[in-house]
Design a protein around this ligand. Structure first.
Ligand code: G3H
Ligand code: 13P
Ligand code: ZN
Length: 307
């Protein structure tokens, strides 16, 4: 069931658990995420970046996600979100396509310009009933970490600015920087938990953490207990996908490569990774299933099993 991201994350915030926002680039990853959500009865967010829209076609990849969500998990709340939108135009395009949430990433701008672009997107998206995520502070990328360019104090979210940012822009969810970094990289040795608490105390919207897909369970628990409601996950599933492809290709004879076997195995590995994350985030089992729905769930499970 395609569901508002704000609604999914507000429930998570109230329930003291987090929901995964998993990046997809293709049919196999999408299906892995949806089957994992269905099997574990977990709400989920599936997100698409601008680069993926260029690669797969924006409407095309959106339709793959929407069709699969409706077909394989009709009773599971699933949000479809634009990840790291860098301009008003890309956010507008996604709203027009049918995404139910967009991120406007003004995190590399100064506070005034970040507020200005984020508010523009919020005004437009809200007029169409669509949720918006903003980012304050900045979550570094793997290249910056390796180049030694990260001065954590300049990257991290300032709690007093967080209140102003949320109030001025009207965003629905807030991505923060507390020492987290994109990719499997050495991050700040310990996340700034006190800063997170001060941010959470200052704003009422659900908090999103990017770049934490290499975090172990104990660290996840530390931030969820302090108010994080959503984790973005891309690197962990991408690595699972690629490692599986390498393994299957090595095990096959070149003259009889079977793409379905190669990608099918990769899909299974991604599904396992997503399921582990859903368990770690404690989102599994959070979709209450009524008797009527159970009949439908059994039908879908049987259908998936037969395919
Ligand atoms: O944070 C962004 C994701 O890791 C994916 O980025 O699709 O732009 O390569 P990309
Ligand atoms: P990871 O690189 O840790 O998977 O983070 C993904 C992310 O933040 C996507 O927006
Ligand atoms: Zn990110």
């Amino acid at each position: 069931m395609i569901t508002s991201v704000k609604e999914i994350l507000t429930k998570a915030k109230e329930g003291g658990y987090a929901v995964g926002a998993f990046n997809t680039t293709n049919m196999e990853t999408t299906r892995a995420i949806i089957e994992a959500a269905q099997q574990l009865r977990s709400p989920v967010i599936i997100q698409i970046t601008e680069k993926t829209m260029e690669y797969a076609g924006g409407r095309q990849i959106f339709n793959i996600v929407k069709n699969m969500a409706e077909m394989y998990a009709p009773e599971i709340p699933i949000g479809i979100h634009l990840d790291h939108g860098k301009s008003f135009d890309i956010c507008k395009r996604c709203v027009e396509i049918g995404f139910n949430s967009v991120m406007i990433d003004g995190s590399r701008k100064n506070l005034k310009d970040n507020i200005s672009i984020t508010k523009n997107v919020v005004d437009y998206a809200h007029s169409e009933g669509i949720d918006v995520q903003g980012e304050l502070g900045s979550v570094p990328y793997i290249g910056e970490m390796e180049a030694g360019e990260v001065d954590w104090d300049n990257y991290m979210t300032l709690p007093k600015e967080a209140a102003e940012f949320v109030e001025e822009t009207g965003i629905d969810t807030l991505a923060v920087a507390i020492g987290n970094a994109h990719g499997f990289v050495k991050e700040r040795s310990v996340p700034d938990y006190d800063r997170l608490v001060r941010i959470v105390d200052n704003v009422s919207v659900p908090i999103v953490l990017h770049g934490a897909s290499d975090w172990e369970k104990d660290r996840i628990d530390e931030v969820v207990s302090r108010g994080v409601s959503c984790f973005n996950v891309d690197t962990a599933t991408r690595v699972a996908f690629i490692n599986s492809i390498i393994k299957t290709v090595k095990s096959q004879n070149e003259v009889s490569f079977d793409i379905r076997k190669i990608l099918g195995d990769a899909q299974e590995e991604v599904k396992k990774t997503v399921m582990k994350k859903m368990e770690d985030f404690c989102s599994s089992g959070k979709c209450v299933v009524t008797n009527d729905i159970q009949v439908e769930v059994d039908r879908i499970s049987a259908e998936i099993g037969e395919e």
